[in-house]
Design a protein around this ligand. Structure first.
Ligand code: NAD
Ligand code: K
Ligand code: MN
Length: 361
């Protein structure tokens, strides 16, 4: 590669503030990576209100035809139904078949903040479950209403997300043996925890569970990876009580969404947790958080989730060293505790934190 063509979709709210921070960091890497070329693209609630489309066709076309990868900020989806509007991030994951949402949850000590022993990766299925958005509502003869949602689980989607989880566990196991990281807590053999609720939903979650299990059972490739199961409700409990026992957790879409926002509390802020939306031939970095309307426009959003998402994007493209460099600079700024945004008890701005990270690159 001589250049990296990255589609940039800030979308709404603080997405517009944190994505430029990630761009500055990528630009500062110089010759460590192929020269990044950033292609600004439109999507979101604001775009919908302006031009009637939350995800313009041109955005999809450019992503498919001209970009190697992308970065997404955050979208402001209203909580009530709006005719013609549908979340562009959910649609993008489908259009580009980005079937895995990979969310590393790793805590590093931050002065003045509680510290939890969290170092795990949540692998969330990204294309189905309740997110197929097949909902209906009917009015009964007595005037009361009934709303129904279809929850789709397929063996195909569950197997490929299961495979992704086992591959990540294998890789983490190898990296753990190589590294001496004081904040890597899981000391045992690599482990995948399947999160489900098949004690109640024996058909849908039952299929998810069996499909993931079949990945390990069908080969000897993952003999060195342990397989465990945890019901989703007690998963939340155990994650908060003893986060150090988890390595890789794999979950259907909605459970994965919920447990990863919860896990963000273990690292100190939603503003710290990165992700990639990954398919077999495209990857899109994205902070786990939403558009944070309560703090938008103030230049106080934490840019670190987006900056770490850029690092995650790079390592998934094979640029391991530059990615590690970004994370080391972020860790140093957090450990110093001098430049922290208000979500971490500090007084620094988005720009201050980004500048501090750039200085340490
Ligand atoms: P949110 O993630 O936007 O915010 C939750 C809380 O965390 C808020 O108090 C916010 O200020 C804080 N926070 C989040 N990111 C932060 C950051 N980088 N720095 C500092 N503080 C941060 O979730 P919400 O309030 O439930 O949703 C707000 C909007 O975001 C909704 O319209 C929702 O639909 C949308 N949303 C979008 C995505 C996405 O783009 N993938 C994901 C979740 C929510
Ligand atoms: K987001
Ligand atoms: Mn979420």
């Amino acid at each position: 590669r001589t250049a990296l063509k990255i589609g940039m979709i800030p979308a709404d709210g603080i997405g517009k503030e944190v994505l430029p921070a990630a761009q500055r960091v990528l630009e500062a890497l110089g010759s460590a990576i192929p020269k990044p070329e950033f292609i600004p693209l439109l999507a979101g609630w604001e775009e919908f209100n302006k031009n009637g489309k939350a995800l313009p066709e041109e955005t999809i076309r450019v992503l498919k035809e001209e970009c190697d990868s992308a970065m997404f900020g955050s979208v402001s989806s209203p909580s009530h139904k709006v005719a013609g509007y549908s979340s562009p991030i959910v649609a993008l994951r489908k259009h580009l078949d980005l079937y895995a949402n990979v969310r590393p949850v790793k805590a590093v000590p931050i002065p003045g903040q509680p510290f939890f022993k969290a170092d795990m990766v949540i692998v969330r299925e990204n294309t189905e479950c309740l997110y197929i958005k097949k909902e209906t509502i009917e009015t009964n003869s007595d005037g009361s209403k009934i709303a129904l949602a279809t929850r789709q689980i397929t063996s195909r989607a569950s197997e490929r997300i299961g495979k992704m989880a086992f591959e990540i566990a294998l890789r983490r196991g190898q990296e753990r043996q190589a590294a001496t990281d004081p904040h890597a807590w899981w000391k045992g053999e690599p482990k995948v925890t399947i999160v489900h609720k098949s004690n109640v939903l024996s058909v849908t979650d039952g299929l998810f569970r069996e499909s993931v299990r079949s990945i390990k059972e069908g080969t000897d490739k993952y003999d060195g990876v342990k397989m465990e199961e945890q019901l989703v409700d007690s998963m939340v409990y155990r994650m908060f009580r003893e986060p150090e026992i988890f390595d890789v957790a794999v979950a259907p879409n909605l459970y994965g969404d919920i447990i990863s926002d919860g896990a963000a509390a273990l690292v100190g802020s939603l503003g710290l947790v990165p992700s990639i939306n990954a398919g077999d031939d495209f990857v899109m970095g994205e902070p786990v958080h939403g558009s944070a309307p309560d703090i938008e426009g103030k230049n106080i959003a934490n840019p670190i989730a987006s900056i770490r998402s850029a690092a995650l994007l790079l390592s998934s493209l094979g640029y391991i060293e530059p990615a590690a460099k970004i994370n080391a600079a972020v860790d140093a700024v957090l450990a110093e505790g001098k430049y922290l945004t208000p979500d971490l008890g500090g007084k620094s701005s988005t720009t201050d934190v980004t500048d501090a990270i750039l200085k340490r690159l």
